[in-house]
Ligand binder design. Structure first.
Ligand SMILES: C[S@@+](CC[C@H](N)C(=O)[O-])C[C@H]1O[C@@H](n2cnc3c(N)ncnc32)[C@H](O)[C@@H]1O
Length: 262
């Protein structure tokens, strides 16, 4: 998988040989160049090695990033915490309603991002596999989920399997009905509100809608397909069985397999 822009790996400052070894391992896994940190500032390293992003590895605290435009990015649970608390208080969640979520249900989250939807579904008992096309987003999210220390989210975060893959390729190869639901949540084209926890993701994440072919495969792979959209901006969808209200200008479209013979 290709990531947007040029990315390099280095150790967190003052982490010595352990940091260097951890950075080397991450760089080898992601097939990225790694530069020895020593006591240099990132500004100095950028001046020396040119523009691009840095994936910064701490031997005990994990990964964070400096995006190509220079902002720091750590994985953050975003609204997952609020949504999990809200469900615990008995309030509905449009994603869980669209999923008709039941314990043990196999959910493919085909746009993992920072894993917020995945956490909400896993907390409700779903067995979640998350796909993320961008290797940097995948690395940050996988590390963040594994280290999530919030007691109300930790168990769900640890149960999510993440795969760095293109949803189109994955769905084209996945066996028929190998999941109970597929969730697609492409990047918003023109968000009308600024979500602070998504600012850095926007610089790195891949944009683009799932194609008709991808949606057709999703409907072969699972009987329920849920697409999170900006209702007035998304291209036409196949027939929508039900719309579920989301926040502000966001809605969830439920697509369902046709009954055989229909
Ligand atoms: C809006 S974010 C998803 C947010 C996520 N559902 C959450 O709750 O955190 C969309 C994510 O899908 C990823 N993405 C875009 N195209 C993809 C594709 N073809 N396959 C897999 N992931 C893709 C982007 O890189 C981005 O991280």
């Amino acid at each position: 998988m290709q990531t947007r822009g040029q990315w390099r790996v280095t150790a967190a400052s003052r982490t010595g040989a352990a940091g260097h070894a951890a950075a080397e391992a991450v760089a080898a896994r992601l097939r990225l160049a790694q530069f020895r940190r020593g006591n240099q500032s990132l500004a100095k390293m950028s001046a020396r090695h040119g523009p691009g992003g840095w994936l910064i590895v701490h031997p005990t605290e994990g990964l964070h990033a400096k995006t190509p435009d220079g902002t720091l990015w750590r994985w953050h649970p975003g609204l997952a915490r609020v949504r999990v608390g809200s469900r615990a208080a008995g309030h509905p969640d449009p994603l869980l309603d669209a999923l008709a979520c039941k314990p043990g249900m196999r959910v493919l989250d085909a746009n993992l991002g920072q894993g917020h939807d995945a956490i909400v579904a896993a907390d409700a008992g779903a067995v979640v596999t998350g796909l993320e096309i961008d290797p940097i987003v995948h690395a940050i999210t996988t590390d963040g989920l594994a280290r999530c220390a919030l007691p109300e989210l930790r168990a769900a975060a640890l149960r999510i399997e993440t795969i760095c893959a293109d949803q189109a390729e994955f769905l084209a190869c996945a066996p028929t009905n190998s999941f109970d639901a597929v969730v697609l949540s492409p990047m918003y084209q023109a968000p009308e509100f600024r979500a602070e926890d998504l600012v850095q993701l926007r610089q790195v994440a891949a944009s683009g809608w799932p194609t008709d072919e991808t949606l057709a495969h999703a409907l072969r792979v699972a009987p329920r397909v849920i697409v999170k959209v900006e209702p007035h901006r998304h291209p036409p969808l196949p027939p929508v069985a039900r719309w579920l209200g989301g926040r502000r200008n966001v809605a969830w479209a439920l697509l369902q397999q046709r009954a055989s013979g229909a």
